[in-house]
Design a protein around this ligand. Sequence first.
Ligand SMILES: [Zn+2]
Length: 245
Amino acid sequence: MRFKRNGSYTLNRKSKTKPNGKKPPAEEKKQYLEPEFTKIRVVDFDLKELVVLPREIDLNEWLASNTTTFFNLINLQYSTISEFCTGDTCQAMTACNTIYYWYDERGKKTKCTAPQYVDFVMSLCQKLVTDEEIFPTKYGKEFPNSFESLVKKICRYLFHVLAHLYWAHFKETVAMDLQGHLNTLYAHFIVFVREFNLVDPKETCIMDDLSEVLCTPAPPPAPTPAPSAPASAPSPSSQNHVTER
Ligand SMILES: [Zn+2]
């Protein structure tokens, strides 16, 4: 069975060059972990049911359909705060204690501002998901051998954008009352990439504290303290220099 996927996407973002004199938020405290925010979701059911491969659906079709949808939704979510994500406010693509560097097509490492990085991510994703050779929509057209690795690449970059939204723009998201959308999108995305092993856990571990809270189905009335493995939090000084895979 084939899904019909929409092949046209608009990068709906406002100009990022507008200086607004805002300082980067000092997120010593992770506001997004406060219970008053983590309890806000748009949907409240087990997201796992949404992500498992339905019977009779081709795996690649399922990955293509979901990846395309996540690209569109994350692009849209970013567009809601893009006017606050400028070369002044976000001089580097940061999330927790990580700085992401962009690697160009020749593998050259580039330091860039967050809006530049997001622009690179969205342009690349758009190019890939609309490429008929990579994300075929026509009946009988095969997915290329590189399909899975390209899906992984897209998901890894989309994760960086989500992490940056929480780390640097959660206050603005709350000001617009969009935290429920962000939480739902994030949880859905994480449950999806975990289901199909699309992003290396070493990559997503910087947000494990949030993932733990948001991706766990509603807690039972009388929670029993499960023996939990010691949290393997990344050392505060660890800088995750992203490498191409
Ligand atoms: Zn930013």
